[in-house]
Design a protein around this ligand. Sequence first.
Ligand code: G4P
Length: 531
Amino acid sequence: MSQESVADEVRRRRTFAIISHPDAGKTTLTEKVLLFAGAIQIAGSVKARKASRHAASDWMEIEKQRGISVASSVMQIEYQDCVINLLDTPGHQDFSEDTYRVLTAVDAALMVIDGANGVEPQTLRLLEVCRARQTPIITFINKFDREVKQPLDLIAEVESHLKMDAVPLTWPVGMGKAFGGVFDIRHDRMRLFRAGRNKFDESDQAFIEGLDNPEIGNRFNESWVQALDEIELIREASPTLDRQAFLDGRQTPVLFGSAINNFGVQEVLDTLVEMAPSPGPRKALERTVEPDEPKFTGVVFKVQANMDPAHRDRVAFVRVSSGRFTRGMKLRVSRTGKDIRPNNVVSFLSQRRELVEDAVAGDIIGIPNHGILHLGDVLTEGETLHFTGLPFFAPELFQAVEVKDPLRTKQLRVGLTQLGEEGAIQVFRPEAAGGAMLLGAVGVLQFEVVAHRLKTEYGVEARMMPSRYSLARWVSAEDSKELRKFLDANMANIAYDVVDAPAFLASSVAQLRVAQERYPQIQFHTMREHG
Ligand code: G4P
């Protein structure tokens, strides 16, 4: 592939993830998006995956599903002239740090909101990550076939939570039983709602053209009177859509619909193709990497244990940052200087046969390995590069861990170090002598997973115990002497993570605040960047 064609291919890429609170409709929307693009087989497995999650009452069951979850965690489809990479964000019972890290590998996010519930807690946590990285967000407000909140209230909620302007591209006419459809503000026409439609051909769509077309009023009476008022209000009060403001994270386009009825899905895809950016440059410590430069570079953003725990095989998910990946090419791991030659690259679900044979910036490749690749690792054709920005997030849940059989202490340490490197959990070693190792997580299932994997992969029966801590902040200071003073004076609350970065652990927000007030020269961080 010539350099021009790499550049052309990159321009066609749209890499995004859907974020939502459980039950807002992420699985349904994903499935409809796939069906819409003609990826019928892929759609089937997405549904199957969700069903298996529902059925999975414990980690053992989830374990059995690992194969399918690797395959369906990246989906590649073609729509119009674009190649869309849709990355799954595990967001249900298995909510974990992976959920956050996936967002570092996308160029845009689609936020799905349940119109009856508005913006919910889990979405807020994911939004924070998007905001920190200035990831542009498209908003889809779902379930208008039900009684939901008033659209103007939903818009206000989105604006206050996202701290950005919401620009409605469509506007709902009625809701629940009286849901008539959505008015497409930009194209000046109303798309009529039809329930339960699963076909995707043009003949299945019905429109009424024109905001002042009396036919709309005749058919939808009060719903239209209200919608018309609101549209006028929105036109006066909302800024016009500005792509740069969207790319900078200052505006979010908003669409309304009903995913289960496949209503509003086309507008979502069209908006994604039109508005979401193709892969851009990525900053490394050494230089800026352009997506269309000839040489390959990529970053490991997620490591997932694969099917066979006895062999500790893992799949490293690599987002391509530049150049072109071909099967069997030699790649250098910047951290170790070692070369690898990945041959049997993992296939994700794709409509395109050439996936993995031929990946460019924005695409994801899965490289099976036995621990040689860590989170945050950079792969190149020989150059040494360090990308910034793979975040570790301050855990919100803590447990102390001890080994039942003291003779297995070393195995516990080895196991925890490896699981920590993989990012399955965060491991903290307390500064105070004699303290048990601490595990920090953002999702409660992470503890179960770690206990289970310690047993099956390292032969360690671990005992998890409640911890008095409830939050952690990594600490730093301009002046290293000040930092030392702080660490010495607060020894009982200091612990070190896998890369020996010091963190302050507190049992309450009040305790953290006291420390912050007492030590103004210390910075307390909720996020630590890899590297
Ligand atoms: P999630 O992945 O975000 O957790 O949500 P999911 O798509 O599984 O949807 C959660 C529930 O909401 C599902 O119902 C789904 O059918 C329903 N749903 C999704 N979109 C719409 C919509 O536009 N309108 C209405 N009324 N419901 C919608 P469930 O009963 O939990 O599952 P199922 O038996 O329908 O599969």
